[in-house]
Design a protein around this ligand. Structure first.
Ligand SMILES: *[C@@H]1O[C@H](CO)[C@@H](O)[C@H](O)[C@H]1NC(C)=O
Length: 289
């Protein structure tokens, strides 16, 4: 008995050590491992051994990054701390997108404001190259004081956008009534900080105050429980309970939280903009499902 007990004990120790090494490697490699800086000539930086990424914007340029992987479904979380102080004119975009004229896209865009005035969180969903599904929100906290988690859950039945675990928007798969749903094109994750003073803040009336540049946004704790698309094949991470996101939907509690956000924090909804759709709202707005 003794030799067996010893060797299984050693085996357990070896597995534990190996597991913790893998975890450390994954954590430390975070941004280096998962992202490429694509824009900004040094204005985007990966810091703290890969745990932190910062984007900056000045008069000459903004900056941005994209994921090394393409995903086809997943639950993707990122913590972001937005540009503080007078961020008027700045836009921090954070989105998933495929390529080409019939691309799919899932957008978070944070529109800055003057000091003390609220950010606008602008969202949109494109399917087969067609967007025009804007919803805008206020946040129930100051997104510049701390990091907050912005999440996309994307599975074959629905897309759910969440802020700190609270759902703010759901886009259901309504292919049954002829609305395309993103499910055949892999998407990459992108983020950028750029200047849009012509329209971003209070309809473009408030311009960027360049004396406050460089503007800075920070990112940490990226996590993707997702299917990675490699050479035309999808390889999904996690199995059993860790891929529960694949079938996830809003339970009663989360449906109520979504309604709470939509009642109290939604400031624009294309589905209620009659002027824009005088001939009737898009079908997904009136579908019961
Ligand atoms: C900025 O603040 C003004 C005044 O509170 C508000 O009307 C506007 O929606 C805010 N956001 C943007 C992006 O302009």
């Amino acid at each position: 008995m003794a030799p067996f007990a010893t060797s299984s004990f050693m085996f357990v120790i070896t597995v534990l050590v190996a597991a913790s090494l893998i975890e450390v490697a994954a954590a430390a490699g975070g941004f280096y491992q998962n992202f490429d800086i694509t824009w900004g000539a040094g204005r985007a930086k990966i810091l703290s051994g890969g745990q932190l990424l910062t984007l900056t914007l000045d008069r000459a340029s903004g900056s941005g990054f994209k994921s090394k992987n393409e995903y086809l479904f997943g639950k993707i979380d990122m913590q972001i701390k937005l540009v503080p102080g007078n961020s008027a004119g700045t836009v921090t975009a954070y989105y998933l997108s495929s390529l080409g004229p019939t691309h799919d896209e899932i957008d978070f865009e944070f529109l800055g404001n003057t000091t003390g005035q609220p950010y606008t969180l602008h969202t949109n969903i494109f399917t087969q190259g067609k967007g025009n599904r804007e919803q805008q929100f206020r946040l129930w906290f100051d997104p510049t004081k701390d990091f907050h988690t912005y999440s996309v859950l994307w599975n074959p039945q629905r897309i759910i956008l969440s802020v700190d675990g609270t759902p703010i928007r759901e886009f259901k798969n309504l292919e049954s009534i002829g609305i395309p749903f993103p499910k055949n094109q892999a998407m990459r994750l992108y983020s950028s900080l750029w200047d849009a003073e012509d329209w971003a803040t209070q309809g473009g009336r408030i311009k960027t105050d360049w004396s406050k540049a460089p503007f800075l946004a920070s990112y940490r704790n990226f996590n993707a429980d997702a299917c990675v698309w490699i050479n035309g094949r999808s390889s999904c991470r996690g199995s059993g309970t860790s891929s529960a996101w694949m079938g996830q939907q809003l339970d009663i509690t989360n449906q109520q939280r979504l309604q709470w956000v939509q009642r109290n924090y939604m400031i624009y909804n294309y589905c209620t903009d009659r002027q824009r759709f005088p001939q009737g709202f898009p079908k997904e707005c009136t579908a019961r499902s």
